[in-house]
Design a protein around this ligand. Structure first.
Ligand SMILES: [Fe+2]
Length: 380
């Protein structure tokens, strides 16, 4: 049987107020509190040295390095965007969010199972509560963290871009500084979850997140949510937390904003020169519109550089579109097959176990499989 050919087209998209029958809305629950920033990610690593080297080459500033703990910041005002503690395994431990002043952290103690954090555990101080999400991952909710002065950053190179419409750059050249892509901030984290509905609902309720773009399977059920922070009338990134329905509960990737496209491109050259493993890019995402470049850290965890992402205020309507592998990017190199679940005996055993434990239905598995298997581009 011949394989269906993909065509280049803009994907279908429906505003929340006019989604057609058969597409299920992702209901936004009443929130307990409101996250205002993705503060940092926490890691456990057996050997901290390769992580410190990768972080520096990736453009983070390592501000503290002991035998047992690494702390890194970006050039923005956050005192910390990543922590790695030395341990017995290489794993993602969890996320930390800054919460609005009007969030009552006491709400998360008790029924939500939260516990108060020790002040010493929190870079930048303040107070915080640790929750455990439905996948068993740690989520820290913080308030009162001290900010730091931003670091010097180079100015815009693209302010003088020549186009056919305008040539402001005369008798001047473009010479991008040869340096790591200076990371300004931690932008978003993408989490895969077997039980998409309950995990997406949990994050929206705990953090007051707003779904910006929701992707649905052929049966109309939501299976991926790009969620942004609720900052009211202040524009915020298209997504800060993404929940992806899948066959594992796992960290997918985290993304770090850099100054501009030249930083992404020159940063790629520096990472290549230092021998790090490139994954995918440079390209432009469709949902979120970021110019991206993906790298693997020493243990194979995905890290993304990005710039030029979309910004939205809280009142922008949620949009719905079909889930398609080819819809991850607008242009650029084809997404590598390694971004899909690895086929093989281990995967088969995992799927059988999920089915036996009724963690996933055969129907849902089939729909997920068809969304991933459809050719992404006419040349695939
Ligand atoms: Fe991303």
């Amino acid at each position: 049987m011949s394989k269906a050919r993909a065509v280049l087209r803009q994907p279908l998209s429906y505003r929340d107020s006019c989604i057609p029958p058969g597409i299920e809305r992702l209901q936004q629950p009443v929130a307990l509190g409101r996250a205002i920033e993705l503060a940092f990610l926490r890691w456990e690593k057996r050997d901290l040295q390769p992580t410190a080297r990768f972080w520096r080459d990736f453009g983070m500033q390592v501000v503290s390095a002991t035998d047992d703990r690494l702390v890194a910041r970006g050039a923005g005002s956050a005192p910390c965007i990543a922590i790695a503690a030395r341990g017995r395994s290489d794993r993602f431990l969890g996320t930390a969010f800054l919460m609005s002043d009007d969030t009552d952290l006491h709400c998360y103690i008790g029924k939500w199972g939260g516990r108060w954090l020790q002040a010493d555990d929190i870079p930048g101080g303040g107070r915080g509560v640790e929750l455990i999400d439905p996948c068993g991952r740690s989520v820290w909710l913080l308030q009162g963290q001290e900010r730091v002065d931003p670091l010097p950053m180079r100015g815009d190179l693209v302010a003088t871009t020549n186009t056919v419409h305008s040539t402001p750059r005369i008798n001047r050249t473009v010479r991008t500084p040869i340096e790591p892509a200076q990371v300004v901030k931690l932008g978003h984290v993408v989490l895969q979850a077997i039980d998409f509905s309950s995990v997406a609902e949990w994050y929206m309720r705990a953090l007051g997140l707003i779904p910006t773009d929701v992707q649905f399977l052929p049966d109309g059920s939501p299976s991926l949510a790009f969620c942004r922070l609720d900052l009211g009338s202040k524009p915020t990134d298209h997504h800060t937390v993404v929940v992806v329905g899948g066959i594992e509960d796992k960290y997918e990737h985290s993304a770090y904003e850099v100054i501009d496209l030249d930083a992404v491109g020159q940063g790629q050259q520096v990472l290549r020169a230092q021998g790090h493993r490139h994954l995918w890019g440079i390209g432009r995402h469709l949902l979120g519109s970021q110019l991206f470049d993906y790298w693997l850290d020493p243990e194979g965890f995905e890290h993304e550089h990005y710039t030029d992402g979309d910004m939205f205020t809280a009142d922008f309507e949620t949009e719905y579109s079909p889930l398609e592998f080819g819809g991850i990017w607008a242009w650029g190199a084809d997404a590598p097959e390694s971004m899909k679940p690895k086929r093989g005996g281990r995967m088969l055993l995992k799927l059988l176990s999920l089915l036996r434990r009724k963690r996933i239905t055969p129907q849902r598995l089939k729909l997920l499989g068809s969304a991933l298997a459809a050719p992404a581009r006419p040349w695939n």
